[in-house]
Design a protein around this ligand. Sequence first.
Ligand code: UD1
Length: 361
Amino acid sequence: MKKILTMMGTRPEIIKLSPLIPLLRERFAHVLVHSGQHYSQEMDAVFFEDLGLPQPNYSLNVGSASHGEQTARMLSRLEPILLAEKPAAVLVQGDTNTTMAGGLGAAKLGIPVVHLEAGGRSFNRAMPEELNRVIVDHLSALLLAADEIAERNLRAEGLPSAAIRTIGSSAIDAVLRNREFAERSKVLETLDLDAGRYLALTLHRAENTTPDVLPGMVRALNELANDHVIAFPLHPRTAAALAQQGLSLSARIRTCEPLGYLDMLKLVANARALLTDSGGLQEEAAVLGTPGLIIRNETEWRYLVDAGVNVLVGNSYDDMITNVRTWLQPEPLARLRNAVAPIRPGASERAVAAIAELVGS
Ligand code: UD1
């Protein structure tokens, strides 16, 4: 039996790899490595519980640090494991420092890299995620693209067609498998929310938490909160940035600790709309039929904007106030809600079949 090693370490990777892991365990000898980039109960352990995942075979325990330090720790701790385990391929997902370290560590040892969610591009090189994606794509032997736009991006960078498979997104499989369990979540009662009568908000991107951007966003959100109930699970990066910059949120914004996967699905499914800068949530909202107002100027999930289920509202005070108010009017909101999301289930099965083909099993 061929051996596949999967490296993960943050909340979105755990979620998007979750539907593949049981399939990989059926078909291969599977080794799971956790970098420890996310390490707390709310950012990590709860997802293993909610998604019924096996505990990792190795934990690198890198914790928080600057980008260089965090990535360096991952590389030096991963290398001996790769040398000992000798996998036929290493699977990484997405665009985090963990993704980059897993891809670089394996490629340097001549181990084929498989990149799930290859070809996503914001074309904004100021984002650490964009740098991570580009590097990993150019190191990978198998590029698993979510959609035709991602496929086109890979081709435009000269990556070989033979290495590209366009398979859809495993985030969609994860929602479809778990939405029924999410109905049992008591998060609306806990946060005292009425279904359909609040906005769900998440905000954590590095480029949105800087002192030149965050104050304007907070001002816009505080004003929007005069007209809307807003539920806001706070990412630790954002909580720290708010405190450091001396910013306070309106008392009408209901903040809480980061939510588990099932609670988050329930919160988004019942929201009037989702305001987010998260990548994963843009797809999750589309599956759940909740309009997504993306508080960024560009998105790697362009296909959902093109389909009319999500819309970019920008991240400055002026853009947010104008665009969010416009899109929350009944008629534009109904247009977003009624647009058909181009959802393509089965990405996880297609990914595992392509990996089997790559390693010849
Ligand atoms: C990372 C990814 C981003 C992804 C996001 C999801 C990179 C470059 N970015 O960003 O693409 O969307 O994860 O959350 O890899 N912290 C905790 N508890 C934890 C983990 C982190 O308190 O379990 C704190 C850390 O102290 C740190 C901050 O959160 O200060 C940010 O964590 P970090 O892993 O650096 O990046 P994210 O912002 O989570």
